[in-house]
Design a protein around this ligand. Structure first.
Ligand code: ADP
Ligand code: MG
Length: 318
């Protein structure tokens, strides 16, 4: 896929969505003015807890939910001004698996191709089924497919019109470890083939392993948007737990730790900035103060720590 001369695969500005009140259910401000770009060629993770607004955002891109205000462009096409071109530029894999159980995977893809107006000669249904490892199931009834196969068929369905951007909404929610790994591989392969991928997830590990860039959304607001490595780098704290050879009545002084706490009669837990010191230096300092060291273990902060610290900020519901 050639890169056109605009910077972003998806460009979102001040996007807001208010679901109207219904009966006793009050109006819900699901997106509160979100702006970000998805760079071309990347795997972009939209991370956030349940109810954060991820599906609302995806469904606006898919043309399934009407935005309240703001704008969105897909592959340079504004979703309001050029809805047909915008839709042709994106493949959406929804959160829920829905198929007519009496169609075969091949029929599902052919019907979808017809819906998009892909001419017969340009269709690649069998090729796409092979890509998602369903080549041998082309003519099986959809209802006989396993859960994992159904998910892969859903991905195949999003690929029939060969969009330059594909969006997966929680592709691995409720999926076992083996299938999750298969789906990750599939996403990586698609991306290696030039497709820009956006995926929403509430699994930190998934975002950390798979995504080039991660945006975090919480209560309808964007609270972070950084390359994955930078975001993980925000977790600079490390913890070293040291068991000493005698009781520590008082915490040792003269140590340039961030924080030292007693975790037992002979155990102290030291939290330090790994950019500024090392566990080795801390141990050397303790020995310098006359302590013998019996046991040591360390713990690394990860994306989860960053996530917790970013999402735990107190926010007032609108
Ligand atoms: P996520 O996908 O991150 O879990 P959603 O976008 O599904 O979040 O939901 C965001 C908020 O909007 C939630 O509070 C949810 O209850 C609400 N919401 C989602 N869809 C609707 C709808 N059709 N009508 C009213 N409220 C909705
Ligand atoms: Mg969702």
């Amino acid at each position: 896929m050639d890169s056109p001369d605009f910077p972003a695969a998806i460009r979102i500005r001040d996007l807001a969505k208010v679901y109207a009140a219904q009966g006793s259910t009050p109006a819900k401000h699901a997106l509160k003015g979100v702006s970000f770009d998805v760079p071309q060629g990347q795997i972009f993770g939209l991370l956030g807890p349940n109810g954060a607004g991820k599906s609302t955002l995806i469904n606006i891109l898919a043309g399934l939910v009407m935005k309240t205000s703001g704008s969105a462009e897909i592959w340079g096409f504004d979703i309001n001004e050029h809805p047909r071109n915008a839709k042709r530029s994106i493949g959406i894999v929804p959160q829920e698996v829905v198929f007519d159980p009496f169609f075969t995977p091949l029929e599902v893809l052919e019907n979808t191709a017809g819906f998009y107006g892909v001419p017969k000669a340009a269709r690649r249904s069998l090729e796409i089924l092979a890509e998602v490892h369903l080549g041998d199931k082309a003519n099986a009834y959809a209802r006989t497919l396993s859960g994992g196969m159904k998910r892969r068929l859903l991905i195949a369905k999003a690929l029939v019109h060969q969009p330059p951007v594909i969006v997966l909404d929680e592709p691995t929610a409720g999926v076992d470890v083996e299938l999750r790994r298969q789906l990750w591989e599939l996403v990586s392969d698609l991306n290696a083939g030039g497709v820009t991928v956006v995926l929403t997830t509430h699994y930190l590990e998934e975002a950390e392993q798979l995504c080039d860039r991660i945006a975090i959304i919480n209560h309808g607001e964007l609270i972070a948007n950084k390359p994955t490595r930078e975001l993980v780098g925000m977790a600079r704290e490390k913890v070293v737990v040291v068991t000493l050879d005698r009781d520590v009545a008082d915490l040792p002084h003269h140590l340039d730790f961030i924080k030292a706490e007693r975790a037992g009669e002979r155990v102290i837990e030291v939290t330090y900035d790994k950019d500024r010191t090392t566990a080795g230096q801390i141990l050397a300092q303790l020995q310098g103060e006359g302590f013998g060291i019996v046991d040591v273990s360390t713990r690394e902060a990860d994306l989860e720590d960053v996530f917790v610290s970013l999402t735990s900020a107190v926010r007032v519901e609108a």
